[in-house]
Design a protein around this ligand. Structure first.
Ligand code: DHB
Length: 394
């Protein structure tokens, strides 16, 4: 009896195994900034997303992905929340991705659990953000990852006094706290701190105050893009560099795509960050070359490109791991402890915090073949978000 029943069961199993999985079309609601002063961020991110899909679509067959792109217009939490709501209820997306600005991420976070939708954050870098929903996975960075070791490094260089000037919102507050902690733990003294408005800032009075304080170094965080170019120019024009003040910051103040707009002022500026267009690896060379092939020889990649690229790699991993069918728990679960080789170097999603673990590099802006680059001179090694470690947060 058992023997006779055995054959049909084996046959049924063989059929089940050889049957193709049902093809799922995974809808990704992609929210980023495509208009206003920060429109370059959305383009950088979407260029990388499009390239990733072009190169890797066959790896998820028979499944497919469909990108539904929405413009949040800048740091605009109400717009971001409305777009996320529409993508969830009307477009019935399987997941959300993108998000340049922290306030936008914080507006979307409370929607995720009820909607059972995961969110892959490809830029927003405030430490607390990932703690706001268990459905968030981040493939970008935190300001603490760059600015805490930068503060320690500065103190080790013999820099005695530093002034801090940051944009008055999440990542600026984090950058300020992280740099001050690292720097003062190393024996440095803070000569003063200012916070600058996020909308239409005039950097002149802030740079003048920093100059008047006459510190050895000035730590700056502003959102990458036109603000980084504007503050670099003001730093140069107000003569801070000429008076011997060293400019330091996270890579947000010298983003690779903005360096060509900054004149010579950034030459010699030291930053800590996780990605440089000049990062010397086969994966990065292939990444930069492929984007140049798509968009022309003058194309510049930045940390926004790599956050988006690795976000897509994470999404594709989760699609494969779940054979195209997932809810938020399965999606996030399949990414806990996930590792890959990124154009920035090795990366991992921390199983406990769902935040990225990556190398931080010390870099100096140099001219190479007539162009400015962030040239890495020291690898500080794989770095978990220090804020979560210090505060015991998950
Ligand atoms: C954020 C935005 C930026 O443009 C940047 O360079 C870093 C962080 C943010 O809002 O989290």
């Amino acid at each position: 009896m058992t023997k006779r029943a055995g054959l049909p069961i084996a046959a049924a199993l063989a059929i089940a195994v050889s049957m193709p999985a049902s093809a799922e079309n995974i809808k990704i609601g992609f929210i980023a900034t495509f208009s206003g002063p920060n429109a370059s961020f959305g383009k950088l991110m979407k260029d990388a997303v499009d390239l990733y899909i072009k190169q890797n679509a066959s790896s998820i067959a028979p499944h497919t992905v469909e990108l539904i792109v929405r413009d949040d217009t800048g740091p605009a939490p109400d717009v971001a929340r409305r777009l996320a709501q529409e993508l969830i209820t009307r477009d019935k997306v399987n997941l959300l991705a993108g998000v340049v600005f922290t306030p936008n991420a914080h507006a979307i976070a409370p929607l995720l659990v009820e909607a059972k939708v995961p969110l892959v954050i490809m830029n927003a870098g405030t430490s607390v953000t990932t703690t706001l929903s268990p459905n968030i996975v981040r493939t970008s960075f935190t300001l603490w990852q760059s600015s805490y070791p930068l503060g320690k490094w500065a103190a080790k260089q013999g820099i005695k006094t530093a002034y801090t000037a940051v944009t008055d919102y999440g990542p600026g507050h984090d950058g300020e706290a992280a740099f001050i902690k690292g720097f003062t733990e190393g024996g440095g003294t803070i000569a003063g701190s200012v916070r600058m408005p996020i909308a239409n800032p005039d950097f002149v009075p802030f740079m003048q105050r920093a100059k008047d304080a006459n510190p050895n170094a000035l730590y700056v965080f502003v959102p990458a893009g036109p603000q980084s170019t504007a503050i670099m120019k003001t730093f140069g024009e107000r003569g801070l560099g000429a008076s011997g003040i060293r400019l330091l910051g996270p890579g947000d103040i010298t983003p690779d795509d903005e360096l060509p707009n900054m004149g010579d002022t950034p030459i010699g500026v030291v930053t800590a960050h996780h990605y440089s267009m000049a990062h010397d690896s086969a994966a990065n060379k292939a990444f930069v070359e492929a984007l140049k092939k798509e968009h022309g020889p003058n194309y510049r990649t930045s940390f926004m490109s790599v956050g988006a690229w690795d976000g897509m790699a994470a999404i594709f991993h989760a699609i494969k791991a779940n054979n195209g069918k997932f809810d938020a728990d399965k999606f996030v679960g399949s990414l806990k402890g996930w590792q890959t080789e990124s154009p920035r170097g090795p990366i991992m999603i921390d199983a406990e915090t769902r935040d990225i673990v990556q190398n931080e590099y010390m870099r100096r802006v140099e001219r190479r073949d007539g162009q400015l680059f962030n040239v890495e001179f020291e690898n500080l090694g794989m770095t978990k978000d220090p804020w979560k470690q210090i505060e015991g947060k998950k």
